[in-house]
Design a protein around this ligand. Structure first.
Ligand code: AAO
Length: 477
């Protein structure tokens, strides 16, 4: 049965999230109108260098978040990289020379590099020898830190409602640096400046919540002009420390946005009455990195992940169509246990070879490099985002499991998440009449594998479970 929604869209629409994606600061010549990043989690430096040149630059991806580059404890888990033992740039992901060459290759391709800066803490091990040969003990790191450089709270963090505990005790038992001390601030700054000298453009501040906001600002204030600071401050209900406390240093990832995407795309539960209310309690767009998942949340069931590949593709498309935040894509490897690192040889992470660039597979085997950022729907949605620029978001429908919105007169995004059988829906639109390519259905072989027609200011489409339609003025037939 045909449903006529009789939406005179532009007249009755609620205008949402004005502004949006322009000018958030991380962009470059690849796409001046809209900025998009990607986390290439656990990619070694040679592989990132190649990807910048061959894929990210040409795709219009503006920045890449890479794994922590510093010397780490030894082990065969991925998370050894989050336990620094020195600030030598030598790790299972590559040498200092390889890291510098990667920055150059990415810079040449117009892609900025954001390094993951683990500066809240050092290691948890009582003593050991690091990957690059540094001998350390939990509170002694030659040439960097000694016992007085650390907080001495006597234990781990258990109670996230206790601010002192969160910032002065040990996250997961990791020796907790005291960033209120000038000498600690200076040592951290010297490390960050060294990375800048090697060509990085900005930092993800790992575990920023565990560093007092004013101490972190004392450090980031001293960074050179133009260096980007993106902070991991997980929004926790009822916690005294919130992402907003960190705006003085830079942007934050909005974890509630990521959680909502899971509710929508995996649980298929309508979350909000209006599209506008989807942002209730979120950090403001211009301070926000939006994301579908990151390396933690793909392991803790809080996000849409590669284990449900179709949902991941849809959630990514939605995020790229959304005017909120500056999106970060995630590119992962498949794992069969929490600890599993990607394939390596003699302790060095092997070069990446994507399992397929064709789009989501039905499932993946451990160690597959999934390379979600290469999926044709994602690459085509990056273009969608570029073409809709900062045009406002207009809600068209949010009932019957159908979420539809227009980026005023420039793009139209429709996703159907209900179990209903195919039904025809009609939407009024400000897009000029014509035949458009459905970006979501792009394939490697054919950018315009499916078309949608706008006739007399209306679009009539058949929607069933997981139908996605994304058309924009930059992809007309
Ligand atoms: C490893 C072992 C540990 C061992 C440790 C030391 O796994 O068993 O104790 O070594 O030997 C990474 C790995 C860890 C690894 C660590 C060190 O993820 O497994 O530990 O390297 O090698 C908190 C922090 C946040 C942090 C997150 C993991 O606030 O910053 O814990 N993420 C970063 C990185 C992460 C990394 C580190 C920090 C350390 O992204 O990869 O660890 O460098 C609440 C709080 C959050 C808190 C979580 C912790 O979240 O709000 O701030 O994150 O709890 O569980 C709901 C709630 C939300 C809650 C969330 C929990 O959504 O609303 O509030 O659930 O899932």
């Amino acid at each position: 049965m045909a449903k006529s929604l009789k939406l005179t869209a532009l007249a009755t629409a609620s205008l949402l999230a004005l502004g949006g994606c322009a000018g958030l600061g991380l962009g470059n010549s690849n796409s001046p109108d809209s900025e998009v990043g990607v986390q290439l989690f656990m990619w070694n430096w040679d592989s990132v260098a190649r990807e910048c040149k061959e894929v990210l630059g040409p795709a219009g991806i503006d920045w890449v978040l890479v794994a922590p580059p510093q010397e780490h404890i030894q082990g065969d888990q991925w998370w050894i990289h989050y336990q620094p033992v020195s600030y030598k740039i030598e790790s299972a992901l590559g040498t200092r020379e390889q890291f510098e060459a990667m920055n150059k290759s990415c810079g040449d391709a117009g892609v900025k590099v954001i390094a993951d800066a683990v500066i809240n803490h050092m290691a948890a091990q009582e003593s050991g020898i690091g990957f690059a040969g540094t001998e350390f003990s939990k509170y002694e790191y030659p040439g960097l830190y000694s016992a007085q450089s650390f907080h001495d709270c006597g234990g781990q963090i258990y109670d996230y409602t206790n601010k002192d505990e969160v910032q002065n005790c040990e996250l997961l038992g990791l020796s907790d640096l005291n960033q209120s001390l000038p000498e600690v601030q200076n040592t951290i700054l010297a490390y960050l400046n060294d990375l800048i000298s090697l060509g990085v453009d900005g930092f993800r501040i790992d575990a920023a919540k565990h560093i007092a906001a004013e101490d972190l600002k004392a450090i980031t204030d001293q960074l050179p002009e133009g260096i980007q600071v993106l902070q991991e401050v997980i929004r926790g209900g009822g916690e005294p420390i919130q992402p907003e406390d960190y705006f003085g240093s830079g942007m934050v990832w909005e974890f509630d946005y990521m959680r909502n995407l899971r509710t929508l795309f995996v649980d298929k539960v309508a979350l909000f009455d209006t599209l506008e209310s989807r942002l209730a309690g979120h950090s403001p767009s211009e301070k926000t990195i939006s994301f579908v998942s990151n390396h933690d949340t793909e392991r803790n069931q809080q996000a849409v992940n590669y284990q449900t590949p179709e949902d991941f593709a849809m959630a990514t498309a939605f995020m790229l169509a959304d005017s909120y935040g500056e999106p970060m894509l995630l590119s992962s490897y498949a794992f069969d246990s929490y600890d599993a690192a990607p394939a390596s040889s003699e302790g060095i992470i092997s070069d990446v070879s994507c399992v397929s660039g064709e789009g989501p597979q039905s499932s993946y085997s451990a160690n597959d490099w999934i390379c979600q950022h290469r999926w044709p729907s994602t690459l085509a949605m990056i273009k969608f985002r570029d073409f809709v620029e900062d045009s406002p978001m207009i809600e068209l429908q949010n009932t019957d499991g159908v979420l539809a919105f227009e980026r005023e007169a420039k793009g139209l995004f429709i996703v159907s998440l209900s179990e209903q059988t195919q039904e025809v829906f009609e939407f009024s639109t400000g897009l000029p009449d014509g035949i458009y390519c459905n970006a979501y259905k792009a394939t490697v072989a054919e950018a315009c594998a499916e078309t949608v027609e706008v006739v007399d200011g209306k679009v009539s489409v058949e929607l069933g479970l997981n139908t996605v339609i994304a058309i924009h003025i930059g992809a007309k037939k």
